[in-house]
Design a protein around this ligand. Sequence first.
Ligand SMILES: Nc1ncnc2c1ncn2[C@@H]1O[C@H](COP(=O)(O)OP(=O)(O)OP(=O)(O)O)[C@@H](O)[C@H]1O
Length: 626
Amino acid sequence: MGDVARRARLATELVTRHFPDAEGDFRRVLSALVARAGWRCLVRRGRGGVDVFAVGKGGVLAIVIGEHLPDHDTARALLAEAEHAFAGVRVSGRVVAAPRLVAIRPGSAEARSRADGLYQAVREADLEKFFASTAAHLTKTHVRAITDAVRLPGFALLTVAERTAPESAPGLLDADELREDQVASAMSGSFQSWLTFLHPSQSGIVTRRYSGPARIGGPAGTGKTVVALHRLRAIARRTTGPLLFTTFVRTLPTVHRESFLRLAPELADRVEFTGLHAWAHRLLRERGVTVSQHGSVGSVFNLAWLAHRSALEPVEPREYWWTEIDTVVKGRGIRTFDEYTLVPRKGRVRKLSAAQKEAVWALYETYQAKLAERGLLDFNDLVQRAWEELDGEDPPYAAVVADEVQDISLMGLRLLHRLAGDGPDGLLLVGDGQQQVYPGGWKLSEAGISVRGRGAVLKVNYRNRADIVRFADGLGAVDAVDDLDGGAGVSLRDAEVVSEGGVVRMWRGDRADLGQALLEALRGTAAPSGSTAIIVLGRVSDVVGALRGAGVASTPLKEYAGLPDDSVKVGTVHRAKGLEFQAVIAVHFESDGAGADQEGRELRARQLMVAATRARDELWWFAVRG
Ligand SMILES: Nc1ncnc2c1ncn2[C@@H]1O[C@H](COP(=O)(O)OP(=O)(O)OP(=O)(O)O)[C@@H](O)[C@H]1O
């Protein structure tokens, strides 16, 4: 008899023995659950609460089985029961996050949740599809450990023995199973185990109630985004309004949406994942503000620059002045010359004379005039106009999470504040000052946001292996880290690292040899191509050209949406921030760092650190000479 048929027969016998009086529908659905390989079911019937806690590679599910799907209040009560049942359950120092709620309707009649994303409704006929779509992230050892640790009075553990492991030896895995488990864990991404396990400090932040805007800080890889996603789910479960997850990087929300859908597929329609500029653009369009799509902002700035370069170029190059206008003037919402003369130019090392400030202002005015002539808005204008639109209105979101806030402009912060307001659990700002990859700087208080007493810092690095953290820490990013609000923060050096080992390899050579060296590095990594990224500090086209020359196909990071594929990703450090890969080849050009001033050197050191900390297991450090 095949294993599937054997399991089905044994499951039916087991269920009939335990629940002889239960109705046929219940017994049939339960038998199908118990028969699933790799899942263990804790079952109780007839108390009006959760029927089954199923623990398996797809996590922990609280399941109710019945013809009638739960309404809103019932679903909330079930979730509370499920949360309570697993509260404090620990496995190797991590706690088990609140389970997902699933309502299974016997038969094939329509099953649609009537509770706004509190649970996933599944028809019995779709059970196979449902389990196939559940992200596998726990090993068999995890599953055993959870079911061993949880105490659920009144629930019976119903499992069908694996073919080789007799059920009389619960908690033990035989040698084959263990090996298979380890391979599965290495291959299948048990690094996604954050979907079920949280460090106690992470879990504390997920469930904490904040009376107003709050902030989560901590160095690279400590689970800030993980906590933000869990918290979003927790907030969604106790509110009814719309929720937003946003960042300044256009592509990042799409990637994090994929993670969130693995964590809480039932909330797909409740939480919006959008870049802040795209959000502002949409608002303006909806309100009838025409935003021209034609022409390039960069070429308009060039025209303005041509008119003023003679005064400014002898002092600093074009890029410096673009940054001055982008982050100091427009990023801070400065509208008059007088304001500009008074503003603290945080993060800018060079002091400007009165005459230089006048020249900056003239450049700004020409740039604005030329944008207006063409009906163009740059990113700062989009944010400013959206912020003005929302003046005096109620916040459109019940809660907003903003990730990577260290790179958001001051005006961006003000817009976020209008999106969420000052209400309880409304605005959550997540970031790490040490990872700033754009110049700029602000204190939250300058944006009118008070997070006093509502901050948390994470310190346990779960992403990078120890050798990679040590290497990244030595790259010279300033250790004195800002907590995003002018206070002292925590740097990578202070992080506690969970995974030992790691591979760091160096290459230094000429441009002409780059393609071949990349090819060899790609061949030499243990990571599959799809889990490898080439992160470039400098011109990406140079690296893509070298790769093409070596016959390697790649996908630009700006098109990466977090879905698995088997191509190598290539992009700038600006595109790579917030992401992670099993292996990273970081390519920098030595000439780019030469001659930089203190501000440029610090920014570059932070960018190098961000590139290095994208690597989980392997880092190849490529320095191109000349
Ligand atoms: N509780 C956890 N259990 C297992 N793995 C975890 C846990 N928390 C985080 N991780 C792992 O660490 C990785 C990094 O987490 P996350 O991206 O949230 O960190 P971060 O602090 O936002 O990083 P960065 O600031 O560098 O972008 C996750 O992708 C996950 O693989």
